[in-house]
Design a protein around this ligand. Sequence first.
Ligand code: ARG
Length: 411
Amino acid sequence: AEEAPKLTVISAGHMIDVEKGKVLDNMSVWVEGDKIIKVINQNAKIAVPEGAELINLGADSWLMPGLMDSHVHLVGSPIYGYDAYQHSLGRQLLFGVVNAEKTLDAGFTTVRNVGAEGFMDVALRDAINEGDIPGPRMLVSGPALGITGGHCDSNMLPYEFHEKAEGVADGPWAVRQKVRENIKYGVDVIKFCGTGGVFSKGTIVGAQQYTLEEMKAIVDEAHMAGRKVAVHAHGTEGIKSAILAGADSIEHVSYLDDEGIKLARKHGTWFSMDIYNDDFILQEGEKHGMTEESLAKERAVGLRQRQSFERAVKAGVKMSYGTDAGVYPHGGNGKQMVKMVEWGMTPMQAVVTATRETSKLFGLEDRVGMIKEGMLADLVAIKGDPLQDLTLFEKIGFVMKDGKVYKNTLQ
Ligand code: ARG
């Protein structure tokens, strides 16, 4: 006879309902296999079947959907400058194994990894999905597309080394070929660099990279294959061109103007803005070997990006929760919640952004992002009220992914 899937009943003093944007008290969530089958008040007169596992997180617990991050770099060298060259792809992937666990442990159950050489991210995603190692559900991009000498190329060595990042492609047909290649090797999403950036040598943060024609070719090719497109863009023109090309999300979005806001609203484009990053880079960057060129660029964009975030939020642009963890240590993904409230969101809006909203950008809104019957059981909980104290998002005490408990320090 077939064994019935295991039933687990999780009870919490409070539950953040991100669908309605309110807090419900004394709730129980029934989980069968990997799915949520019931969400009810503890006083409801429904008998819990015999043999169910009961997890009572306590009166002072706050339960919510698993958190999501739309911009992470789990694989790769954690150090900056020329020291990074000592790490082989294999070593970089092993950093990824450790980082994946740290991320899940921090309560982030779904993440999007945007940019990795050697399809290390595909390997990591598959190992997690097959249950070999613990980690978040991952959407991955493989090598990020970029112009020769741009932010997504590698520009640290002189000419005779002929160094070139794997995603480099110039011209509409070359970029189409690169998109097809990435899809061939298993990516979920396409990432390209649409402007210069902070952590690349010799690029101007505000300057556009790729022509509109090339951007359109990338997006067209990706969309034909059902893949979304995430675009690194700090500069005004790059942001607007990427939106016009039909990109699904713009990452960073530092030098945003009014027209950019209007275009994003018109096209339904998501913004994924890593507004915690600046604190870490300016306070700890030098110690971590970040170059003076990068630090100087950061001093120019940091505040500007936060002001752009505030204006985008006010204007009602669709926002996801993207941190660029990897620039700063993995597991600290929750640190950005405080910043988002400092720069214009309500605490509830920040939680909704990091769950339900980000799941929409991922195209996973039917499976994750809400605590609702029929959804996958990705749940996290905190001791204390995180809407009063946003720093509690750095102290997630309970983590369940796909109905499996990974962490429970609350009982
Ligand atoms: N990966 C990004 C870049 O190199 C990081 C930008 C970090 N700075 C910031 N203010 N968000 O451009």
